[in-house]
Design a protein around this ligand. Structure first.
Ligand SMILES: O=C(CO)[C@H](O)COP(=O)(O)O
Length: 158
């Protein structure tokens, strides 16, 4: 059987409506064992996206979650913020192929999407797609992802 994922989900106010729907989907999904919510409390909560992106990323790095799912207006700000946390690979992806390759090529733990960019049903389909894939630790992508980690540790990709 494939792994079950512990997922941390988060959004700012601009991603809050989709976050609610995607959280419910995750909680009902047998591929997901737990969901941690670090989103704003409601769509009037003005906590800005960097705090949310970093909070979710820190949960992943701390080993409390395997994956992060982040929403903001564009999916860009949460990705930039999450990527500031050492060890995190966050991608913004709005099509199925990019979602798949974010996992298989980049071993990205965090998927980010934008509520002001794509429709709600597409985010649900893409979240389903995301849960189908796991990084292959014997693939040719391992060395390339390793170069990213190497840069974090040594300021060099070598
Ligand atoms: O999309 C966002 C950041 O990338 C965020 O939801 C809105 O940010 P703003 O355009 O700076 O208000």
């Amino acid at each position: 059987m494939k792994s079950q994922f512990r997922v941390v989900i988060g959004s700012d106010e601009a991603g809050f409506a989709y976050k609610k729907v995607l959280k419910a989907d995750l909680e009902a999904d047998p591929r997901v064992s737990s969901v941690i919510d670090v989103a704003v409390g409601d769509d009037a909560d003005k906590t800005a996206y960097p705090s949310i992106g970093v909070a979710a990323a820190e949960k992943v790095v701390a080993g409390e979650a395997d994956r992060g799912l982040l929403l903001c207006g564009t999916g860009l700000g949460v990705a930039i913020s999450a990527n500031k946390v050492k060890g995190i690979r966050a991608v913004t992806a709005h099509d199925a192929y990019s979602v798949e390759r974010g996992v298989l090529s980049n071993n990205a733990q965090v998927l980010c999407m934008g509520q002001r960019v794509i429709g709600r049903e597409l985010t649900r389909k893409l979240t389903d797609e995301w849960l189908k894939h796991e990084f292959d630790p014997s693939s040719a992508s391992v060395a390339k992802v390793g170069a990213i980690t190497s840069y974090e540790d040594t300021d060099s990709c070598d």
